[in-house]
Design a protein around this ligand. Structure first.
Ligand code: NAD
Length: 258
């Protein structure tokens, strides 16, 4: 079998949190295009349903929508159960749901800090643990977490200490789980995107005005497109990446190189 054939995900099933739009929608599309059945997991069920229908129509795969708040342990456990009931198995997942709140550290409320940490780090922990428990008991699997280049650098000019700390936590969580589960067939990796043109950046009244400044700073002179993250996630979900675990993939158009 050639390498491109070997990278396909035929017969595999997985889910994407924050899959209704943006980066998660694109990776879910990539997984389905590669042959997998996929669950779109999101707090925003209406958009998740539309996205699931769109991807199913475009790819011919089974694509379902599941409403879930990734910060709620019971909902996350029920979501993994529903994925297995409706798709039949769980081979991979992309723990991707996340938010950004910008505020100078000394003005940030504790509620704002907790909200960012809760979704970006605790939500990934809960998702990984529930998916991991199933995978450990059923012969293995692949978990992909969305971190950020903000785990590696302090972005400027916007003040976003909670976001940066949460994403650094995602990378150490990823490496810790990779070590704990290495000999039991569950691989855990993360992606660290640079600035990507999604609703998170393009529609945020705090972030949108900064885009021109970021583009000036960016070696490629532009934001990334969410589609530019699809292939790495398809690779990580499949069987050509079996020696890849505990790794973080920075995909930032060289933004963090200097
Ligand atoms: P987005 O805002 O376009 O999409 C995020 C999705 O997550 C939304 O559909 C939202 O409803 C969902 N969501 C939010 N809270 C949730 C919760 N508690 N439970 C379930 N779903 C929830 O964002 P995006 O740009 O696609 O970002 C996706 C991920 O990539 C985030 O973790 C983000 O931090 C990260 N990231 C984004 C960029 C960027 O520039 N856009 C860069 C690096 C990393």
């Amino acid at each position: 079998m050639g390498i491109i054939e070997a990278m396909r995900l035929d017969g595999k099933c997985g889910f994407v949190t924050g899959g209704a739009r943006g980066i998660g929608k694109c990776t879910a599309t990539g997984f389905a295009e590669a042959g997998a059945d996929v669950a779109i997991v999101d707090l925003d069920f209406e958009t998740a349903e539309k996205t699931a229908a769109e991807i199913a129509e475009a790819t011919g795969r089974k694509v379902i929508a599941i409403k879930c708040d990734c910060t709620d342990p019971d909902q996350v456990a029920a979501m993994v159960q529903e994925v297995v009931e409706k798709l039949g198995r769980l081979d991979f997942c992309h723990a991707n749901a996340g938010i950004c709140i910008n505020a100078p550290a000394e003005e940030m409320t504790y509620e704002q800090w907790l909200k960012v940490l809760n979704i970006n780090l605790n939500g990934v922990f809960l998702t990984d643990i529930e998916a991991g428990k199933y995978m450990l008991a059923h012969g293995g699997g692949s978990i992909i977490n969305t971190a950020s280049m903000s785990a590696h650098i302090v972005n400027v000019p916007q003040p976003q200490c909670a976001y940066n700390a949460s994403k650094a936590g995602v990378i150490q969580l990823t490496k810790s789980l990779a070590i704990e589960w290495a000999k039991r067939g569950v691989r855990v990796n993360s992606i660290s995107p640079g600035y990507i043109g999604t609703d998170l950046t393009l529609s945020s009244p705090h972030l949108q005005p900064l885009i021109a400044k970021w583009n000036e700073m960016a070696p490629l002179g532009r934001l990334g497109k969410p589609e530019e993250l699809e292939s790495i996630c398809v690779y990580l979900a499949g069987d050509t990446s079996t020696f890849t675990t505990g790794s973080d993939f920075i995909i930032d158009g060289a933004f963090t190189c200097f």
